[in-house]
Ligand binder design. Structure first.
Ligand SMILES: Nc1ncnc2c1ncn2[C@@H]1O[C@H](COP(=O)(O)OP(=O)(O)OP(=O)(O)O)[C@@H](O)[C@H]1O
Length: 291
């Protein structure tokens, strides 16, 4: 078998020391294969961002190691691109300039014309050509997220990391962007890792879903393979027996985790409504810890 693009070997992560020590992740073992689309689904505060940041190289493990193509990750690198929930665009730059900034950094030796063509291609790919001279404050949330997607994709990362990239968007925009990300991902088949709190989003997009346990010392749950042909059709999925089966299994597992967390820590987790829903039209807000 070929070397995984990412491998976690017995990884634990804690912040602080002594009385202030918070162990966020415990004993994570995970292999991500080249070209796969993996979704990690988890409760708020369970360590999803910590997990993805160990792949970007922004956070290092306290114990164990995280390897990229067999080599320990020592810091961020352009081959591992990340899309965040909060867009992180420069407010005084236009859509074009925000994408150009990344492209100029990655391809400084390209002639200006070639860079310009490349920037425009990615802006077009996310349907933002008419808005390319607009600044972030003139854009909707969906358009801002499209810009940040174009910016990352234009740097052609081998590994596309997404930390709840669509969490702040309304259901319709979210659904459209899920499809656009999938279309772009299918075109060049890079490896993708999506962190989400929406089980349906995970099933619609990924080849494999792994739940992250709630609370401190979170570990990974069982993996669920999503054996649905691509391109996937949201409407058809709703009545697909495999979709229904895998969705029920994941939800049951998460409900059981939520119940266990409640008993263990006397912490209330709102329970999900298990009525079948139209995939992608509702975010699983119940995965957020009840206040
Ligand atoms: N730099 C840090 N220093 C101290 N504690 C931290 C740090 N980063 C994260 N934590 C703590 O680690 C835990 C997990 O945080 P993390 O952001 O990884 O979880 P998450 O699942 O992404 O949460 P959310 O869904 O809210 O984004 C939280 O309790 C958080 O307070």
């Amino acid at each position: 078998m070929s070397t995984p693009i990412i491998e976690f070997r017995n990884v634990s992560k804690w912040y602080g020391e002594g009385d202030n020590k918070t162990e966020v992740l415990s004993n994570i073992n995970l292999k991500i294969e080249e070209g796969e689309f993996l979704a990690i689904v988890g409760f708020t505060g369970s360590g999803k961002t910590t997990l993805v940041n160990m792949m970007t190289g922004l956070v290092s493990p306290s114990e164990g190691e995280v390897l990229y193509r067999g080599e320990p990750i020592t810091g961020p690198a352009p081959e591992r691109g990340i899309i965040f929930q909060n867009y992180s665009l420069l407010p005084w730059f236009t859509v074009y300039q925000n994408v150009a900034l990344a492209v100029n950094e990655i391809y400084p030796d390209w002639p200006k014309d070639k860079r310009d063509e490349h920037i425009r291609k990615f802006i077009e790919m996310v349907n933002l050509t008419p808005a390319s001279e607009k600044r972030p404050k003139e854009l909707s949330g969906g358009m801002k997220q499209r810009t940040s997607i174009a910016r990352v994709l234009a740097t052609d990362p081998d590994l596309l990391l997404m930390d709840e990239p669509l969490g702040a968007l309304d259901a319709l925009t979210r659904g459209n962007l899920q499809e656009e990300i999938l279309k772009i991902w299918s075109a060049n088949r890079r490896t993708a890792v999506l962190i989400t709190n929406d089980v349906d989003e995970g099933i619609f997009m990924a080849d494999r879903i792994i739940p992250l346990e709630p609370g401190e010392k979170s570990g990974l749950g069982p993996e669920y393979k999503i054996e649905l042909a691509r391109p996937r059709n949201k409407k058809a999925l709703n009545t697909d027996p495999h979709f229904k089966k895998v969705r029920t299994s994941i939800l049951n597992y998460l409900v059981q985790l939520g119940e266990a967390a409640k008993l263990e820590r006397n912490q209330d987790l709102a329970l999900p409504d298990l009525e079948p829903i139209q995939p992608g039209t509702r975010s699983f807000g119940w995965l957020r810890r009840a206040s």
